[in-house]
Design a binder for this molecule. Sequence first.
Ligand SMILES: [Zn+2]
Length: 163
Amino acid sequence: MNCPNCKSPYGETDATCIICGFPFQGTDAEKSKFIGQQVLKEGVIDESRKATQNARLILFFIGGLNCILALFIPDLTTKVIALALGFLYVTFGLLIKKSPKLIMSFALFLLLLVFLIEGIIEPISLFRGIVWKLLYISSLVYGLYNVSKAEKLRLESEYLKQK
Ligand SMILES: [Zn+2]
């Protein structure tokens, strides 16, 4: 026989599925409650994937923008720093799927650090492009939040780990 939830085979004496935790011996209500919860959990994992994809695009955008703007900076040191930051953000974008939580944390830290340093050098710059800055920050924070939630769910069962 196969588990109604994850379709993996199980023995007649098993109380719960070893892959997904489905309660074979439970009441119908318990079984449907379990299925409902699984659907919600898969939704959370799916959302974390979308949030990672979104953060990835944002990182490519910030990286590309930094590189393009760097071309118009007359001061050589500032130009090199802007280019290096641009390449770093693009690299973060390329690596984000391998380790979403780590990369998003690094990227968020770097963004805030750059905004802070710019703000110290020239306080008015903090408000320049504030809507964009908030968009960058919120997409990374949202990504981190969702990835953390999905990570916890993946620890619950073999089935969710594969999702
Ligand atoms: Zn199962």
